[in-house]
Ligand binder design. Sequence first.
Ligand code: GLY
Length: 599
Amino acid sequence: MTRRAHLQCAVVLLIVAGCSTPRATNEPSARTASAAVAHESPRPSRTLPSSSGQPGVAVGVHGAVATAEANASKVGLAVLEAGGNAVDAAIAIAFALAVTHPLAGNLGGGGFMVVRTARGESVAIDYREVAPLAATRDMYLDAAGNLTHDSVNGARAAGIAGTVAGLALAHERFGKKPWAQLLAPAIALARNGHVVDAYHADELKKAVERMRKAGFDGSTHYYVADDGSYIAEGATWKQPELASTLEQLATQGAHAFYAGELAQRIVAGVKALGGVWTAEDLASYHALAREPLRFSYLGREVVTMPPPSAGGIVLRQLLFASEEWHMREQPWRSPEAAHLFVEAARRAYADRNAWIADPDFASVPVATLTSSAYLHERMSTIDPAHATPSSAIKAGAANGAVESHETTHFSVVDDAGNAVANTYTLNASFGALVVAPGTGILLNDEMDDFASQPGKPNQFGLVQGERNEIEPKKRMLSSMTPTIIVENGQLRAVLGSPGGATITTTVAQLVRALIDYGEPLDAAVRAPRVHHQWLPDQVSTETELEPAIADGLRALGHTVNLATSGRIGHANCIEVDPATHGYRAVADVTRGDGSALAY
Ligand code: GLY
């Protein structure tokens, strides 16, 4: 299939930078689609679900949010309580997180949003960054052909940011509240300041130290107190420059990010930092509304992200193997179940690495990779009694995702039953560690999700494939897996996580805990996770993994190592309790900060 044909398949609706009103193509008009967010499907009566009383859990019957930061959750809940729908709340949360959670919340990054309306329509909004027009295949190699750090640190690492266009597209399709109203809470948090909690005080300090070490002293003043000291827990942190940028987006609309005075300031700021963004890059950026990837798992419908995320395809492969190998017949927290799961992951990630990339640039055989016939064959090679060495699992060119923990996922449901699963990111914590001067916008280092050095291990020891090589305007491969589960035609769960390559195994383990074992969401989220991504040939896990599972895996021939940070993912999720139809929201507080609220 030609690139043009791929584009025609994928692009349903575009945000056209420079126009105050996004231009619809072959979808129902924005306002028609918006009407779908009204109470149009029979609403099951809800009563309050039980709560374990564990930290990070909230229950309600009208609406719920789960995010990585308390102020952002409050913003989202307030929008719902004021009659906004789940998409309105998601937009307000995303802008708020850009202020309060700069580890991953952003204006200068990108992500994916899966929306399912109460009447069952769903859409996957792709606002992934694209490579700048000046990008080249070898732009991160030195004269000797060795990989430099430029894909990770500094303005050259930044892909063209999609977040503002993505949120605008979501608003155009589904928004009920005025755009400016959804930015107002973020503006207030930035302009008047917000009180920094212990977790974020520590993360701000670490980010400033990393900026200094990388030589980006010019960006540190955004993240320290006026006297230059570190921002302490309990201090009020103001961000006037970011507030001004948000005010411009509120008054002029999302297009101000992509054309006009603010856009010029962003481009000038990036250039001053040595980056290659141009006015044309911003003006030609489009967020896309894609058909979600949908498949069935044990009678439930899974609605998830298609390429350029690998997340949906890998999730399908993992859950197919779970069904095919009757994994639910093994006890939930057992080495037998963990072994089958990591063997499935070994095979799924080998496929991921060989085949998946931006579908507008590479032919991705989605139908084959997700077909039962193919997966039956592929997963039949699992040996239930032994680990298969990854060297025995064949795939074409290899690839792997950097294990970045600082993407962020949030989930929202509203009274009507509309749901949003949103995962967005700057890639590494605090992205490229630089702020475009005069804007307060922290830049992403998403270019590192491309294969910067096809065919050779990158600085993380990963071997990367040709399909995901750098090309101008191409979206870099992602693992982000915002996912919605539907049961008997009704919403069952809104799931997702950060964690680079570990995102999809995290989501798959959540689905299995909920569906295979009937665990409540808080137990599913708390449970220690395992991860395998084909290469390196090891099971990564968390400090809390039950010794019996680790020992059992070793006895079957697996190498078991702690994940770099000792934790995997940060899943801020919501379920509809099967007994009461009420909402149970869970923030993954044992793995960092976070806040779930419901009413
Ligand atoms: N930057 C992490 C991901 O997109 O998978």
